[in-house]
Design a protein around this ligand. Structure first.
Ligand SMILES: C[S@@+](CC[C@H](N)C(=O)[O-])C[C@H]1O[C@@H](n2cnc3c(N)ncnc32)[C@H](O)[C@@H]1O
Ligand code: SF4
Length: 384
Protein backbone atom coordinates (compact mmCIF):
# COMPACT_ATOMS: atom_id res chain seq x y z
CA UNK A 1 0.00 0.00 0.00
CA UNK A 2 1.23 3.48 -0.83
CA UNK A 3 2.42 5.51 2.14
CA UNK A 4 0.92 8.94 2.74
CA UNK A 5 4.10 10.91 1.98
CA UNK A 6 4.02 9.67 -1.61
CA UNK A 7 1.15 12.06 -2.26
CA UNK A 8 3.53 14.93 -1.54
CA UNK A 9 6.74 13.59 -3.07
CA UNK A 10 10.29 13.22 -1.86
CA UNK A 11 12.83 16.04 -1.61
CA UNK A 12 16.25 16.82 -0.27
CA UNK A 13 17.19 20.08 1.45
CA UNK A 14 20.83 21.06 1.89
CA UNK A 15 21.61 23.92 4.25
CA UNK A 16 24.67 26.14 3.73
CA UNK A 17 24.97 28.24 6.88
CA UNK A 18 27.24 31.10 5.79
CA UNK A 19 26.62 34.64 4.54
CA UNK A 20 28.84 37.61 3.77
CA UNK A 21 27.00 39.68 6.37
CA UNK A 22 24.06 39.13 8.66
CA UNK A 23 20.96 41.03 7.54
CA UNK A 24 19.27 42.73 10.50
CA UNK A 25 15.84 41.17 9.87
CA UNK A 26 16.98 37.60 9.27
CA UNK A 27 16.56 34.72 11.72
CA UNK A 28 17.66 31.96 9.39
CA UNK A 29 20.56 29.85 10.59
CA UNK A 30 23.21 31.97 8.93
CA UNK A 31 26.65 32.96 10.16
CA UNK A 32 29.51 35.14 9.04
CA UNK A 33 32.84 33.36 8.99
CA UNK A 34 36.13 34.66 7.67
CA UNK A 35 37.43 31.28 6.68
CA UNK A 36 35.41 28.38 5.37
CA UNK A 37 37.10 25.10 4.61
CA UNK A 38 35.02 24.19 1.57
CA UNK A 39 36.62 20.73 1.31
CA UNK A 40 35.69 19.84 4.86
CA UNK A 41 32.13 20.98 4.21
CA UNK A 42 31.95 19.01 0.98
CA UNK A 43 33.15 15.86 2.73
CA UNK A 44 30.61 16.34 5.52
CA UNK A 45 27.71 16.76 3.08
CA UNK A 46 28.84 13.70 1.14
CA UNK A 47 29.01 11.63 4.28
CA UNK A 48 25.54 12.76 5.38
CA UNK A 49 24.15 12.00 1.93
CA UNK A 50 25.48 8.46 2.20
CA UNK A 51 23.84 8.06 5.60
CA UNK A 52 20.50 9.40 4.33
CA UNK A 53 20.64 7.23 1.21
CA UNK A 54 21.22 4.10 3.26
CA UNK A 55 17.92 4.80 5.04
CA UNK A 56 15.87 5.55 1.94
CA UNK A 57 17.11 3.28 -0.85
CA UNK A 58 15.25 3.30 -4.14
CA UNK A 59 13.07 6.33 -3.45
CA UNK A 60 12.53 8.55 -6.45
CA UNK A 61 13.79 12.04 -5.73
CA UNK A 62 11.63 14.89 -7.03
CA UNK A 63 13.59 17.94 -5.95
CA UNK A 64 16.77 19.20 -4.32
CA UNK A 65 17.13 22.62 -2.70
CA UNK A 66 20.37 24.32 -1.68
CA UNK A 67 19.19 26.88 0.89
CA UNK A 68 20.83 29.07 3.44
CA UNK A 69 22.48 31.17 4.41
CA UNK A 70 23.90 31.99 1.05
CA UNK A 71 24.56 28.86 -1.02
CA UNK A 72 25.95 31.03 -3.83
CA UNK A 73 29.03 31.23 -1.60
CA UNK A 74 29.60 27.49 -2.16
CA UNK A 75 32.36 26.58 -4.56
CA UNK A 76 30.71 25.32 -7.75
CA UNK A 77 32.94 22.22 -7.50
CA UNK A 78 31.42 21.42 -4.12
CA UNK A 79 27.92 21.79 -5.55
CA UNK A 80 28.92 19.57 -8.50
CA UNK A 81 30.27 16.84 -6.20
CA UNK A 82 27.13 16.94 -4.07
CA UNK A 83 24.82 16.70 -7.08
CA UNK A 84 26.75 13.86 -8.59
CA UNK A 85 26.62 11.98 -5.27
CA UNK A 86 22.87 12.57 -5.08
CA UNK A 87 22.38 11.19 -8.58
CA UNK A 88 24.39 8.13 -7.58
CA UNK A 89 22.35 7.51 -4.43
CA UNK A 90 18.75 7.85 -5.58
CA UNK A 91 16.77 7.33 -8.77
CA UNK A 92 15.54 10.76 -9.83
CA UNK A 93 12.33 11.98 -11.42
CA UNK A 94 12.65 12.91 -15.09
CA UNK A 95 11.84 16.47 -14.18
CA UNK A 96 14.13 16.59 -11.11
CA UNK A 97 14.38 20.22 -9.97
CA UNK A 98 17.61 21.43 -8.36
CA UNK A 99 17.33 24.95 -6.90
CA UNK A 100 20.13 27.06 -5.46
CA UNK A 101 19.51 30.23 -3.45
CA UNK A 102 21.69 33.11 -4.49
CA UNK A 103 22.47 36.50 -3.04
CA UNK A 104 23.07 39.14 -5.72
CA UNK A 105 26.03 40.44 -3.74
CA UNK A 106 27.91 37.17 -3.79
CA UNK A 107 27.77 36.05 -7.37
CA UNK A 108 30.09 36.60 -10.23
CA UNK A 109 28.98 35.91 -13.76
CA UNK A 110 31.17 32.83 -14.04
CA UNK A 111 29.62 31.17 -11.03
CA UNK A 112 26.16 30.85 -12.50
CA UNK A 113 27.51 29.08 -15.57
CA UNK A 114 29.46 26.75 -13.28
CA UNK A 115 26.39 26.02 -11.13
CA UNK A 116 24.47 25.26 -14.30
CA UNK A 117 27.29 22.96 -15.37
CA UNK A 118 27.11 21.29 -11.95
CA UNK A 119 23.47 20.39 -12.56
CA UNK A 120 21.56 23.20 -10.85
CA UNK A 121 18.35 23.87 -12.82
CA UNK A 122 16.80 26.78 -10.96
CA UNK A 123 17.99 29.84 -9.05
CA UNK A 124 16.13 31.73 -6.35
CA UNK A 125 17.64 35.14 -5.73
CA UNK A 126 17.17 37.37 -2.69
CA UNK A 127 16.71 40.82 -4.17
CA UNK A 128 14.47 42.18 -1.34
CA UNK A 129 13.94 45.74 -2.69
CA UNK A 130 14.31 47.60 -5.95
CA UNK A 131 15.65 50.88 -4.54
CA UNK A 132 18.96 51.62 -2.87
CA UNK A 133 17.62 53.50 0.15
CA UNK A 134 15.49 50.53 1.24
CA UNK A 135 18.22 48.03 0.45
CA UNK A 136 20.46 49.97 2.77
CA UNK A 137 17.88 50.02 5.55
CA UNK A 138 17.53 46.26 5.13
CA UNK A 139 21.28 45.99 5.62
CA UNK A 140 21.89 44.61 2.15
CA UNK A 141 25.35 44.78 0.63
CA UNK A 142 24.17 45.16 -2.99
CA UNK A 143 22.55 48.02 -4.87
CA UNK A 144 19.39 47.71 -6.94
CA UNK A 145 21.45 47.95 -10.09
CA UNK A 146 23.81 45.19 -8.95
CA UNK A 147 20.77 43.04 -8.24
CA UNK A 148 19.47 43.65 -11.76
CA UNK A 149 22.82 42.71 -13.27
CA UNK A 150 22.99 39.55 -11.15
CA UNK A 151 19.45 38.67 -12.19
CA UNK A 152 20.28 39.12 -15.88
CA UNK A 153 23.43 37.06 -15.46
CA UNK A 154 21.46 34.28 -13.82
CA UNK A 155 18.91 34.42 -16.62
CA UNK A 156 21.60 33.91 -19.20
CA UNK A 157 22.46 30.56 -17.59
CA UNK A 158 19.05 29.40 -16.32
CA UNK A 159 15.53 29.19 -17.72
CA UNK A 160 14.13 29.23 -14.21
CA UNK A 161 15.13 32.19 -12.04
CA UNK A 162 12.90 33.37 -9.23
CA UNK A 163 13.50 36.26 -6.87
CA UNK A 164 12.38 37.35 -3.40
CA UNK A 165 11.16 40.76 -2.32
CA UNK A 166 10.29 41.93 1.16
CA UNK A 167 7.47 44.46 1.57
CA UNK A 168 5.88 46.24 4.51
CA UNK A 169 9.24 47.94 5.05
CA UNK A 170 9.87 50.98 7.20
CA UNK A 171 8.08 54.05 5.82
CA UNK A 172 6.91 52.20 2.71
CA UNK A 173 3.55 53.48 1.45
CA UNK A 174 1.00 51.36 -0.38
CA UNK A 175 1.52 53.48 -3.49
CA UNK A 176 5.28 52.96 -3.39
CA UNK A 177 4.86 49.21 -3.01
CA UNK A 178 2.36 49.13 -5.85
CA UNK A 179 4.82 50.81 -8.23
CA UNK A 180 7.70 48.60 -7.09
CA UNK A 181 5.63 45.43 -7.38
CA UNK A 182 4.61 46.31 -10.93
CA UNK A 183 8.23 46.88 -11.82
CA UNK A 184 9.18 43.55 -10.21
CA UNK A 185 6.48 41.69 -12.10
CA UNK A 186 7.63 43.17 -15.37
CA UNK A 187 11.08 41.71 -14.66
CA UNK A 188 9.92 38.36 -13.30
CA UNK A 189 10.04 35.32 -15.54
CA UNK A 190 7.55 32.90 -14.10
CA UNK A 191 8.03 32.82 -10.31
CA UNK A 192 8.37 35.40 -7.55
CA UNK A 193 8.26 35.23 -3.72
CA UNK A 194 6.80 38.25 -1.91
CA UNK A 195 7.28 38.24 1.86
CA UNK A 196 5.84 40.70 4.32
CA UNK A 197 8.59 41.87 6.64
CA UNK A 198 8.37 39.94 9.90
CA UNK A 199 10.12 41.26 12.96
CA UNK A 200 11.80 38.21 14.47
CA UNK A 201 12.96 38.03 18.06
CA UNK A 202 16.69 37.70 18.45
CA UNK A 203 17.50 39.65 15.28
CA UNK A 204 18.92 43.18 15.13
CA UNK A 205 15.49 44.42 13.97
CA UNK A 206 13.86 42.51 16.81
CA UNK A 207 16.09 44.27 19.34
CA UNK A 208 15.53 47.67 17.76
CA UNK A 209 11.79 47.08 17.68
CA UNK A 210 11.75 46.10 21.36
CA UNK A 211 13.50 49.36 22.20
CA UNK A 212 10.95 51.33 20.18
CA UNK A 213 13.61 52.29 17.67
CA UNK A 214 12.21 50.70 14.52
CA UNK A 215 9.90 53.38 13.21
CA UNK A 216 7.54 53.51 10.26
CA UNK A 217 6.42 49.88 10.15
CA UNK A 218 2.93 49.31 8.73
CA UNK A 219 0.14 48.73 11.24
CA UNK A 220 -2.11 45.68 10.86
CA UNK A 221 -4.56 47.47 8.54
CA UNK A 222 -1.91 48.77 6.19
CA UNK A 223 -0.22 45.34 6.22
CA UNK A 224 -3.53 43.67 5.26
CA UNK A 225 -4.16 46.28 2.54
CA UNK A 226 -0.70 45.73 1.12
CA UNK A 227 -1.26 41.97 1.10
CA UNK A 228 -4.63 42.32 -0.65
CA UNK A 229 -3.17 44.75 -3.17
CA UNK A 230 -0.31 42.34 -3.84
CA UNK A 231 -2.79 39.56 -4.65
CA UNK A 232 -4.80 41.80 -6.99
CA UNK A 233 -1.81 43.09 -8.93
CA UNK A 234 -0.23 39.64 -9.23
CA UNK A 235 -3.52 38.20 -10.48
CA UNK A 236 -3.85 40.99 -13.05
CA UNK A 237 -0.31 40.43 -14.25
CA UNK A 238 -0.68 36.66 -14.65
CA UNK A 239 1.34 35.67 -11.58
CA UNK A 240 -1.26 34.42 -9.09
CA UNK A 241 -0.35 33.15 -5.65
CA UNK A 242 -0.13 29.38 -5.37
CA UNK A 243 0.90 29.75 -1.72
CA UNK A 244 0.62 32.60 0.79
CA UNK A 245 3.84 34.33 -0.34
CA UNK A 246 4.68 32.52 -3.56
CA UNK A 247 3.46 33.38 -7.04
CA UNK A 248 3.98 31.58 -10.31
CA UNK A 249 2.70 31.13 -13.80
CA UNK A 250 1.12 27.75 -14.47
CA UNK A 251 3.62 24.92 -14.13
CA UNK A 252 6.40 27.14 -12.75
CA UNK A 253 5.77 26.48 -9.05
CA UNK A 254 8.75 25.50 -6.90
CA UNK A 255 8.51 21.72 -6.84
CA UNK A 256 10.68 21.52 -3.77
CA UNK A 257 8.54 23.84 -1.69
CA UNK A 258 5.42 22.03 -2.90
CA UNK A 259 6.79 18.89 -1.24
CA UNK A 260 6.69 20.70 2.13
CA UNK A 261 3.24 22.13 1.59
CA UNK A 262 1.84 18.87 0.22
CA UNK A 263 3.28 17.13 3.27
CA UNK A 264 5.67 14.85 1.45
CA UNK A 265 8.89 13.45 2.90
CA UNK A 266 12.13 15.37 2.79
CA UNK A 267 15.60 14.84 4.07
CA UNK A 268 17.31 17.85 5.69
CA UNK A 269 21.11 17.94 5.62
CA UNK A 270 23.33 20.67 7.06
CA UNK A 271 23.32 22.78 10.24
CA UNK A 272 19.84 23.35 11.63
CA UNK A 273 18.15 21.54 8.72
CA UNK A 274 14.79 19.93 9.45
CA UNK A 275 13.49 16.77 7.84
CA UNK A 276 10.33 14.68 7.74
CA UNK A 277 10.93 11.11 6.86
CA UNK A 278 8.74 8.01 6.95
CA UNK A 279 10.64 4.89 7.98
CA UNK A 280 8.92 1.56 8.56
CA UNK A 281 5.57 3.31 8.27
CA UNK A 282 6.33 5.90 10.97
CA UNK A 283 6.82 9.58 10.13
CA UNK A 284 9.81 11.04 11.97
CA UNK A 285 10.97 14.61 12.56
CA UNK A 286 14.68 15.18 12.20
CA UNK A 287 16.63 18.30 13.23
CA UNK A 288 20.35 18.77 12.76
CA UNK A 289 22.47 20.70 15.27
CA UNK A 290 22.45 24.30 14.18
CA UNK A 291 25.91 25.50 15.19
CA UNK A 292 28.04 25.03 12.07
CA UNK A 293 31.14 23.77 13.88
CA UNK A 294 29.07 21.53 16.17
CA UNK A 295 27.42 20.03 13.10
CA UNK A 296 30.68 19.59 11.21
CA UNK A 297 32.34 17.90 14.19
CA UNK A 298 29.23 15.79 14.74
CA UNK A 299 29.13 14.40 11.20
CA UNK A 300 32.32 12.38 11.61
CA UNK A 301 30.88 10.79 14.78
CA UNK A 302 27.43 10.21 13.26
CA UNK A 303 26.08 12.77 15.72
CA UNK A 304 24.97 15.59 13.47
CA UNK A 305 21.31 15.19 14.39
CA UNK A 306 19.40 15.69 17.61
CA UNK A 307 17.41 12.67 18.75
CA UNK A 308 14.59 11.99 16.30
CA UNK A 309 10.97 12.42 17.30
CA UNK A 310 8.07 10.24 16.22
CA UNK A 311 5.20 12.36 14.94
CA UNK A 312 1.88 11.10 16.26
CA UNK A 313 -1.14 10.83 13.97
CA UNK A 314 -2.76 13.89 15.48
CA UNK A 315 0.47 15.88 15.14
CA UNK A 316 0.71 14.77 11.52
CA UNK A 317 -2.86 15.84 10.91
CA UNK A 318 -2.08 19.27 12.35
CA UNK A 319 1.07 19.62 10.28
CA UNK A 320 -0.83 18.50 7.19
CA UNK A 321 -3.32 21.35 7.68
CA UNK A 322 -0.66 23.90 8.64
CA UNK A 323 1.24 23.22 5.46
CA UNK A 324 -1.54 22.37 3.02
CA UNK A 325 -3.90 25.21 3.80
CA UNK A 326 -1.19 27.66 2.76
CA UNK A 327 -1.75 26.44 -0.79
CA UNK A 328 -4.36 27.80 -3.18
CA UNK A 329 -5.22 24.19 -4.03
CA UNK A 330 -6.07 23.55 -0.36
CA UNK A 331 -6.11 20.08 1.18
CA UNK A 332 -7.79 16.78 0.38
CA UNK A 333 -10.13 15.99 3.28
CA UNK A 334 -9.99 12.26 2.57
CA UNK A 335 -6.27 12.40 3.05
CA UNK A 336 -6.79 14.35 6.27
CA UNK A 337 -9.13 11.62 7.55
CA UNK A 338 -6.63 8.89 6.62
CA UNK A 339 -3.82 10.68 8.49
CA UNK A 340 -5.84 11.72 11.53
CA UNK A 341 -7.87 8.51 11.82
CA UNK A 342 -11.10 10.53 11.88
CA UNK A 343 -13.04 12.95 9.67
CA UNK A 344 -12.43 16.66 9.95
CA UNK A 345 -14.84 18.56 12.24
CA UNK A 346 -17.78 19.26 9.89
CA UNK A 347 -19.22 21.94 12.15
CA UNK A 348 -15.96 23.85 12.04
CA UNK A 349 -15.84 23.54 8.24
CA UNK A 350 -19.44 24.78 7.94
CA UNK A 351 -18.70 27.68 10.27
CA UNK A 352 -15.64 28.72 8.26
CA UNK A 353 -17.71 28.53 5.06
CA UNK A 354 -20.49 30.63 6.60
CA UNK A 355 -18.11 33.41 7.57
CA UNK A 356 -16.32 33.32 4.20
CA UNK A 357 -12.98 32.10 5.51
CA UNK A 358 -12.89 28.82 3.59
CA UNK A 359 -14.76 26.91 0.92
CA UNK A 360 -15.27 23.26 0.05
CA UNK A 361 -14.62 22.22 -3.51
CA UNK A 362 -15.50 18.56 -3.83
CA UNK A 363 -13.23 16.70 -1.43
CA UNK A 364 -10.95 19.68 -0.95
CA UNK A 365 -10.98 22.44 1.63
CA UNK A 366 -9.59 25.75 0.45
CA UNK A 367 -8.93 28.85 2.53
CA UNK A 368 -10.31 32.06 1.00
CA UNK A 369 -8.30 35.23 0.35
CA UNK A 370 -9.67 36.76 3.57
CA UNK A 371 -8.97 33.55 5.46
CA UNK A 372 -5.31 33.51 4.45
CA UNK A 373 -4.75 36.77 6.36
CA UNK A 374 -5.82 35.00 9.58
CA UNK A 375 -4.62 31.54 8.60
CA UNK A 376 -3.52 30.46 12.08
CA UNK A 377 -6.94 31.25 13.53
CA UNK A 378 -8.60 29.33 10.67
CA UNK A 379 -6.45 26.29 11.36
CA UNK A 380 -7.11 26.48 15.09
CA UNK A 381 -10.83 26.34 14.40
CA UNK A 382 -10.35 23.08 12.51
CA UNK A 383 -8.22 21.32 15.10
CA UNK A 384 -9.89 18.92 17.49
C1 LIG B 1 17.50 32.30 3.23
S1 LIG B 1 17.01 33.79 2.51
C2 LIG B 1 17.53 33.63 0.82
C3 LIG B 1 18.59 34.09 0.00
C4 LIG B 1 19.84 34.84 0.33
N1 LIG B 1 20.39 34.45 1.59
C5 LIG B 1 19.58 36.31 0.30
O1 LIG B 1 19.25 36.87 1.34
O2 LIG B 1 19.70 36.90 -0.76
C6 LIG B 1 15.31 33.55 2.18
C7 LIG B 1 14.40 34.72 2.02
O3 LIG B 1 13.61 34.91 3.16
C8 LIG B 1 13.15 36.24 3.21
N2 LIG B 1 13.25 36.70 4.61
C9 LIG B 1 14.23 36.44 5.49
N3 LIG B 1 13.94 37.01 6.68
C10 LIG B 1 12.74 37.65 6.54
C11 LIG B 1 11.93 38.43 7.42
N4 LIG B 1 12.28 38.67 8.68
N5 LIG B 1 10.77 38.92 6.94
C12 LIG B 1 10.40 38.67 5.67
N6 LIG B 1 11.13 37.95 4.80
C13 LIG B 1 12.30 37.44 5.23
C14 LIG B 1 14.03 37.03 2.27
O4 LIG B 1 13.27 37.51 1.21
C15 LIG B 1 15.08 36.05 1.82
O5 LIG B 1 15.44 36.24 0.48
S1 SF4 C 1 18.64 37.28 4.38
FE1 SF4 C 1 19.98 35.91 3.25
S2 SF4 C 1 21.95 37.00 3.16
FE2 SF4 C 1 20.78 37.98 4.74
S3 SF4 C 1 21.47 36.96 6.63
FE3 SF4 C 1 19.57 35.94 5.92
S4 SF4 C 1 20.29 34.23 4.75
FE4 SF4 C 1 22.04 35.66 4.94
Amino acid sequence: MAEDWQQGGFGLYIHWPFCEAKCPYCDFNSHVSRTIDQRAWRDAYLSELQRAADETPGRVLNAVFFGGGTPSLMDPDVVADIISAIRGHWPTANDLEITLEANPGSVEAGRFAAYRQAGVSRVSMGIQALNDADLKRLGRLHSAQEAMIAFDTARSSFDRVSFDLIYGRQDQTAAQWKAELKQALSLAIDHISLYQLTIEQGTAFGDRYARGKLSGLPDEDLGADMFAMTQDICNEMGMPAYEVSNHARDGAQSRHNLIYWRYGDYIGIGPGAHGRITLKGQKLATVAYSNPQRWLDGVSKCESEKPRAMISRSEQATEFLLMGLRLKEGVDLNRYAAIAGHEIDQNAVNHLQDIGMAAREGDRLIVSDQGVIVLNAVIETLLP
